[in-house]
Design a protein around this ligand. Structure first.
Ligand code: GLY
Ligand code: MN
Ligand code: MN
Length: 434
């Protein structure tokens, strides 16, 4: 029996919650992600599609989850890579259709080479097809010309509410990412390369039998003002801050932490002013994560603190209302320095499904116990900005602080609470492992 992170019962419940909203003449076909070529015959490491992981825990490439109704009940199946000695000699032993049908929470399994034949046998003129197009070209061509619907909206509304076991895995993921950040802070010194901090963080992920959930962002000085900075190839100078945004996956479940610290262990006065302001905003954002509040509450909370702070620091010269935006559109001049949302759902995808996006109507989804999200305000004063005047005092400073938060009836629970963020704690920790 394969070792899956959830009981078969939990997977079967997830399948049932989807299928009770699918008409009985429906056919559900959910393919996994395609393998992506890195060079010639070398692929990027494969990462299964989160919907497949969610519905049945199947993590191997070239596969499709299927559900159809036989008139009495739903039957679920997996199409998987067949056993193949030649391929297995190079890539490892495959589970195969027989192994999939006995070890995974499905009723039957087939070779992926039979996908075309099996599907054509099932489909009639009345079949309503629920699928995700664009992931599996073979499946797309079988379905070409047929009307299809997307089942993701239904699954997303379930995925955004985490079970007890999902929360356990996310807590584990948060603990590994927390330890990685602490190790990085302790190992930092002026002159360290951004890539070296990345290696410390990702080394800890690998050592913990984990892997990154998104490419690690390690930006020193001005690089901290690039929101999704990726090159991580500069030396960090004495006197600079470094912003590290890095998280990992446990059984597919992501963590996502950002910490910002001075490489020499001492915040300058301007760095401290911005850091304290972002921290105050982050704490207000976390406090706003209450069951029953709308999603947008936390963005309102962080925005109010940041706008007021930018005025107090004489970076903006206007009222809080004007800073946030006429009519409360959250697009006022404070946006020059805080250009992203306050957070996102977190789960099998680091930017998880289920809404909570800019532009959601009526303030977005209501927060419910079991939801996990990030709170991650920041302020960025890139010296490279040509479109606005950056105050000299703050030029080259970028600060973001990000934690992972579980919504409960008793209030927000910070899964990453052990990752230090108070100025005193951070200053005491920087370089302490050297
Ligand atoms: N690491 C990307 C984000 O924080 O959303
Ligand atoms: Mn992040
Ligand atoms: Mn994030």
């Amino acid at each position: 029996m394969a070792s899956l992170p959830f009981t078969h019962e939990e997977y079967r419940k997830r399948q049932a919650r989807l299928l009770e909203l699918i008409p009985t003449d429906g056919l559900v076909l959910i393919p996994t992600n395609p393998l992506a070529i890195r060079s010639n015959d070398v692929s990027y490491p494969f990462r299964a599609n989160s919907y497949l992981l969610y519905l049945c825990g199947w993590a191997d490439p070239e596969s499709v989850f299927m559900a159809r109704h036989n008139g009495d009940s739903w039957i679920t199946a997996l199409f998987v890579q067949p056993r193949d000695t030649k391929a297995e000699i190079w890539e490892g032993v495959r589970v195969g259709a027989e192994g999939a049908s006995t070890g995974w929470p499905v009723d039957s399994a087939y070779s992926i080479t039979d996908l075309d034949k099996e599907i054509r046998e099932i489909i009639t003129d009345d079949t309503e097809i629920f699928t995700i197009l664009g992931l599996n070209t073979d499946l797309d061509s079988v379905l070409e010309g047929l009307k299809t619907s997307d089942p993701r909206k239904i699954i997303d509304s379930h995925r955004r509410l985490k079970s007890k076991r999902e929360v356990e895995l996310m807590q584990e993921s948060a603990a590994i990412a927390t330890a990685a950040h602490i190790l990085a802070i302790k190992s930092t010194f002026p002159g360290i390369g951004e890539w070296q901090i990345q290696a410390i963080i990702e080394g800890h992920f690998a050592h913990s039998h984990s892997q990154w959930s998104y490419p690690s962002i390690v930006g020193g000085g001005d690089n901290a003002t690039i929101l999704h900075y990726k090159s991580n190839d500069r030396v960090i100078n004495d006197g600079d801050l470094v912003l590290v945004d890095a998280g990992c996956e446990v059984e597919g479940y992501a963590s996502d932490i950002t910490r910002t610290w001075p490489v020499n262990g001492k915040f300058t006065e301007p760095q401290r002013e911005i850091y304290e302001l972002v921290l105050k905003a982050e704490l207000a954002g976390i406090e706003a994560c209450q069951a029953g509040s709308v999603w947008h509450s936390m963005h309102r909370a962080t925005s109010a603190v940041l706008a007021q702070g930018l005025i107090d620091l004489e970076i903006l010269d206007c009222s809080v209302e004007e800073a946030i935006g006429d009519g409360g559109d959250f697009n006022g001049p404070y946006r020059n320095f805080f250009m992203h949302g306050t957070g996102h759902f977190l789960g099998l995808d680091v930017h998880d499904v289920g809404g909570g996006r800019q532009g959601d109507e009526d303030g977005g989804p209501k927060l419910q116990p079991g939801m996990v999200l990030t709170v991650e305000p920041g302020l960025y004063f890139g010296s490279w900005r040509a479109d606005i005047e950056i105050p000299e005092r703050y030029s080259g400073i970028g600060v973001r602080i990000e934690d992972d938060v579980l919504i409960t009836d008793e209030g927000p629970v910070v899964l990453t609470a052990k990752c230090p963020k108070a100025i005193d704690e951070i200053e005491a920790l920087v370089g302490s492992a050297r």
